[in-house]
Design a protein around this ligand. Structure first.
Ligand code: ADP
Length: 458
């Protein structure tokens, strides 16, 4: 089956969060299942494709062709979407240009896809253009389109004055199509014009049809009915495996989990925390955005830092940089704050920590809890979205700690519960031995994608 996969970030070429992990791994897993997959991403700064043409670049990796759409004015910038102060003002132009070019390059290389799988608002215009401008092209006569929603909170909303830049008829700027309360919504258009919508966990697929999580698009999603499918994300065990992770201070496997302690000591030393195996080391590696529970974390942070060691690696909105920076000044011995994107440090943190914090207000899927399991690091999570599908409390036979009310007090109580188990070495060891054997591999998840692709293309 011929598949085109479009994404605004693809690991290992560009990454701000989980979308990149998925866009790097899923296409390669589909290729292993026999699909011919072409992945499209913008040619951002610092990407060096194997081949470079006038309008695109190309790199072959893991049996997949990765195409990079070129436009130096749009893509040679420091950030992918913007800076900590906000989004780039021309994001509509940047990503609609990208979307159109995907179809143009497909024509150029004469590749006829059975499936185009777009991801989030940045690439949803591919499916819209296909329906509105390219439907008569013989190359796309049999093409079915899918939009995968990784996060409904990012909708690609723009002032109505931007609409003409899209280059589609005025008739689609109505509430039935791309208009959303007087603004242009690229995600809404993507939902409406795609043949099928998937999202990244079964629970989130249900949640987004409700006002609490639907971000105003619950009605549109409900109308899609059965054509909204939840497929749980997975992780790439070639990238995330402590037994072969070169970033770690010392590698370890389920048979020698004791070596995890070497990583804890080394990280404590490197980050200037007190070197102490008995300290309960909590960590967070995350985009710093409202969704990630930073308000309840900050509310409880003074108390947390009085009792536990905390490492945060994060980058995102300026207000959270400031808020966390103030705490870091106050709690020098127990808090290590690292405001940057750092792949290497992320691996070290997963390897060294006792527990991983995911107090998300909402979470479409979340990958960090799955990564944590593999590194024998116990997730502490709010019961929402994909976290509800993947983190079961130890009290219920699972391998994590879960709180059900989104509040600082519930987070604090859950941390206390986790720490008291941590102090019981044999029980803690039992949990670690259990979670390292959990399997969230792409082989299974890619099979679900393939089933969906096949159901559409018959
Ligand atoms: P989201 O997609 O909302 O960002 P996920 O949990 O699905 O959240 O995926 C986050 C991914 O991004 C993980 O691979 C995580 O390790 C990584 N990540 C997030 N922030 C950073 C950072 N500052 N430095 C390195 N990796 C990060």
């Amino acid at each position: 089956m011929n598949v085109v996969f479009c994404s605004s970030e693809v690991f290992p070429f560009a990454k701000t969060g989980g979308l990149a992990d998925v866009s790097g791994a899923l296409p390669q897993a589909l290729a292993r299942k026999g699909c011919t997959v072409k992945v499209f991403q913008p040619l951002y700064k610092n990407i060096k494709p194997e081949k470079l043409y006038d309008d695109y670049g190309l790199t072959r990796l893991g049996g997949v062709d990765f195409y990079f759409i070129k436009n130096d004015e749009y893509y040679l910038r420091e950030g992918i979407y913007g800076t900590p102060k906000g989004d780039y003002p021309d994001n509509l132009e940047r990503f609609s240009f990208f979307s159109k070019q995907v179809l143009e390059v497909l024509k150029k290389i004469n590749f006829s896809p059975q499936i185009i799988n777009c991801n989030d608002w940045q690439t949803s215009m591919v499916n819209i253009y296909l329906k509105l401008l390219y439907s008569k092209e013989p190359l796309f006569a049999k093409t079915k389109t899918i939009l995968t929603i990784h996060n409904l909170a990012y909708q690609g909303l723009f002032v109505r004055e931007k609409y003409p830049y899209l280059g589609i008829s005025k008739q689609y700027f109505t509430p039935q199509y791309l208009e959303f309360y007087d603004k242009v919504s690229l995600l809404k258009g993507g939902i409406i014009f795609s043949d099928l919508v998937t999202t990244v966990s079964p629970t989130y697929a249900r949640e987004i049809k409700t006002p609490a999580f639907g971000c105003g698009l619950e009605g549109v999603l409900k109308e899609k009915g059965k054509d909204v499918v939840g497929i749980l994300n997975a992780i790439d065990y070639d990238v995330w495996d402590p037994a072969k992770d070169d970033y770690l201070y010392k590698r370890y496997s389920p048979n020698n989990l004791a070596d995890k302690a070497v990583n804890k000591t080394a990280l404590q030393k490197e980050l200037g925390l007190k070197v102490d195996q008995e300290a309960f080391l909590l960590s967070m590696v995350s985009r710093l955005a409202e969704q990630k529970g930073l308000d309840i974390l900050s509310e409880g942070l003074d108390e947390i830092l009085g009792k536990y060691q905390v490492v945060i690696l994060g980058f995102g909105e300026e207000c959270y940089h400031t808020m966390l920076g103030a705490k870091a000044d106050k709690f020098k011995d127990s808090f290590s704050l690292n405001l940057k994107f750092d792949e290497s440090l992320a691996h070290k943190i997963y390897g060294a920590s006792d527990a991983f914090l995911m107090p998300s207000r909402f979470e479409p899927c979340g990958l960090s809890q799955m990564i944590s399991y593999k590194y024998a690091t116990v997730p502490i999570a709010n019961h929402t979205g994909g976290l509800a599908d993947t983190v079961i409390d130890v009290a219920g036979g699972g391998g994590g700690f879960v709180f059900n009310n989104y509040s600082a007090s519930d987070l604090l109580l859950t941390l206390e519960r986790a720490q008291s188990l941590f102090k019981n070495k044999s029980q803690w060891q039992e949990i670690l031995e259990k979670i390292v054997n959990y399997n969230f591999s792409w082989e299974v998840a890619a099979g679900h994608y393939l089933d969906v692709y096949k159901s559409l293309s018959t």
